[in-house]
Design a protein around this ligand. Sequence first.
Ligand code: 5BU
Length: 266
Amino acid sequence: MQADVMWGSRWSENSLAMARVYMEAVCRKQSLVCLAADRSTMAELEQLIDEVGPYIAALKTHVDLVDDWSPDAWSAFCSKAADADLLIFEDRKFADIGGISRKQMSGIYDIRSWADLVTAHLISGPDIVDGLQAGWSDVGRQGGVLLLAQMSSRGNLLVPDYTGNVVSVGKNHAGVFGFIGNGSRPEELELLRKAVGDGKLIWTPGVNLAVGDGEMGQRYGDPREAVLAGSDCIIVGSGIHKAADPAGQAKAYADASWNAFVERCE
Ligand code: 5BU
């Protein structure tokens, strides 16, 4: 089925080109999975794309945790991701003032040149979004910002009032692709979706088929429940990359997310 029909008002009310690129990718791949590719060598990262590329719609990176990072190896990795039809999302969690965030898009990692999406906290005010967008403009590219409205880790300080403020600023900002919501708590996610409406996407970490507490305060919720509560993308890391059979697990997450999406559309 066509992406505009499947996504309905999420499609028609969203003005950001990158959001539609994602929505189309989901329908092509029948997966709402973004893989959190938290492996620490270039070879392991490349292997992950080979294994799970067909079952995921986007790839989330932490460029600064790779032990043997080099510009050439990273560029080859990004080409591989493009060949596998994947959006690249650098989970950098920018938080500085606008002008510095713009500069941080360049530097040694040059995030602006390869990332389609980045995360940011809104703690420093709305100019951070303009700064990040200026970073992409500086190299003639376009991208989208995901603002942290909630987090999945226990004891985080993104309390409901703060979440409300992030949403009210972000939902009216053209450079905002969407919001990060807490995938481990469907009831919190439902409230977030109500506040956000249909004009922006919500992506959710803290998702695992094994629901419960993870390492160091991470919390996990069920993929189907997250999508039914309003998540447009489940971000899954260790559930896939630490599995004995990453491809099999990636397919299981793809199926769970896609089936829940179809159920939500009915
Ligand atoms: P996990 O292995 O599925 O727990 O990995 C989760 C990933 O999502 C990891 O890369 C985190 O940096 C990322 N994350 C998160 O877990 N919780 C959050 O609130 C945000 C990002 Br924002």
